[in-house]
Design a binder for this molecule. Structure first.
Ligand code: FUL
Length: 460
């Protein structure tokens, strides 16, 4: 068995990697005022989503192939989508459902019924709370109590999202020293399976932009830093590419909105991203070893707008027809490699085409350059190559090339750097081939591959 190459993902990180693609939901007073960053002095009465239906949201998310939802339980305006006992700025102080509504509860119920996981975004920056930045200890107590309500009241959570944004950063009168260790401890105590997102983790990191693109080189590792989301350390470029040789497994989560803004606004109904744009985002996030959290904000009725519903369904259709069961043109094909770990057939080339993500090809001990070849049905046509490293044993590959053979002639069709959990290589042109070779040119340790897939982008 090849020894692991540290650092390694924790069990909760491994489970999160498998989620791959899930929804982000920004919803609150901004949905009704057209603001991005509400000031916190909005009248809660503006919040009145007359037709709110979380089952409708969840059906739309499922149609895209999403596995979960993260809701803004509280955004920067401090308004709580659940009836928090510690604030008056909540759904309980609105006319919606006669003041007895709870968006978190309705979404939790809809998710459970549909088999989707639930996560919560709780903005540390709170523009409504009087103690924020004025009485650090009092605000931290308040934040901890709100967090506990969410952690204890709604069943299992898969993710807790802490935004680094703070429009008051730099204003000493509003500087809040957060008690991160306390907050992290509460999540671990009440929801040990949940991953925590922030610029600096501790479990998953921001990818450094909001446009849906992970680095073409993307390491799941980073050097550990002090927890200070929004400080600019690490820089966006460091977050985007990760840091080879970092001491922490801290993979990227790619956050992007299906619309120009994070919250719904009527004029943006005509600016919902197209299916090809969404496919590109998927391939440049999930296909670069990260997870994708795609924001789909409900409108002022409390429904996902028809256009967004249609785009999500279209995206799901393309993803299933391109990458779904039965689409891998290399599945079950004969394979050979330059070497196998210990000469053991269990680590032979066939492991990458056997459809079992738990089996891997491993090159012989100490060989950081190695190749693997697959015989294809003559005339196989594809434009996507999918590679995967078994990340439970760490991330290794630094550089690889892909060649294809047609009529006895080999030609280079792609090259790349990192692979990680999943690498989707989007080819420049459609290739016809009867054999394929992937050469690992450099790696941090003996290279391992658990999957090699060939796919063709489905037409819409
Ligand atoms: C940012 C926030 O300021 C935006 O409003 C949004 O919530 C986005 C996901 O994170 O930092």
């Amino acid at each position: 068995m090849p020894p692991p190459q540290g650092p390694l993902p924790s069990p909760r990180q491994l489970a999160w990697h498998e989620r791959e693609f899930y929804a982000f939901v920004h919803f609150g007073p901004n949905t009704f005022t057209g603001e991005e960053w509400g000031r916190g002095d909005e009248d809660p009465a503006v919040f009145n989503p007359g037709a709110l239906d979380c089952r409708q949201w969840v059906q739309a998310f499922r149609s895209a192939g999403m596995t979960g939802v993260v809701l803004t339980a509280k955004h920067h305006d401090g308004f709580c989508n659940w009836p928090s006992r510690h604030s008056r700025h909540t759904v309980a102080h609105t006319a919606w459902r006669g003041g007895r509504g709870d968006v978190v509860r309705e979404l939790a119920d809809a998710c459970r019924e549909a088999g989707l996981a639930l996560g919560v975004y709780l903005s540390p920056w709170d523009r409504n709370h009087p103690d924020y930045g004025r009485n650090d200890a009092a605000y931290n107590d308040f934040f901890a109590r709100q967090l506990e309500e969410l952690l204890r009241g709604y069943g299992p959570l898969f993710e807790v999202w802490w935004d680094g944004a703070n429009g008051d950063r730099g204003d000493p009168a509003k500087f809040q020293e957060y008690d991160w260790n306390r907050f992290i401890g509460l999540v671990r105590q009440h929801q040990p399976e949940a991953v925590i997102f922030s610029d600096t983790g501790p479990d998953i990191r921001w990818i450094g932009n909001e446009s849906g693109v992970a680095g073409a080189t993307c390491w799941a590792t980073m050097h550990s830093r002090r927890m200070d989301p929004g400080s600019g350390d690490p820089t966006p470029a460091q977050l985007n590419a990760g840091e080879e040789g970092g001491d922490a497994w801290l993979p990227g989560e790619v956050d992007v909105s299906i619309r120009p803004g994070w919250f719904w606004r009527a004029p943006e109904d005509a600016r919902v991203k197209s299916v090809p744009e969404l496919v590109k985002i998927y391939e440049e996030s999930v296909g670069r070893g990260c997870s994708l959290i795609l924001n789909v904000p409900p409108d002022a009725r409390g429904l996902i707008h028809e256009t967004d519903v249609q785009r999500l369904a279209g995206l799901g259709t393309v993803l299933r027809a391109t990458y779904g069961p039965g689409t891998n043109l290399a599945a079950g094909r004969p394979a050979r490699a330059s070497s196998a770990w210990g000469g053991d057939p269990a680590f032979g080339a066939g492991a990458v085409t056997d459809g079992d993500p738990r089996s891997s090809w491993a090159a012989a001990d100490g060989q950081t350059a190695a190749w693997i070849e697959i015989d294809l049905e003559p005339g196989t046509v594809f434009d996507r190559v999918v590679l995967a490293e078994p990340i439970a044993l760490g991330q290794r590959v630094r550089r690889f090339t892909v060649e294809a053979r047609d009529n006895g002639q080999w030609s280079a069709i792609a090259s790349g750097t990192t692979i990680g959990r999943k690498r989707i290589v989007v080819l420049d042109t459609v290739i016809t081939a009867d054999a394929l070779r992937v050469s690992v040119l450099d790696a941090r340790a003996t290279p391992l591959l658990s999957e090699l897939g060939l796919h063709r982008l489905a037409a819409r």
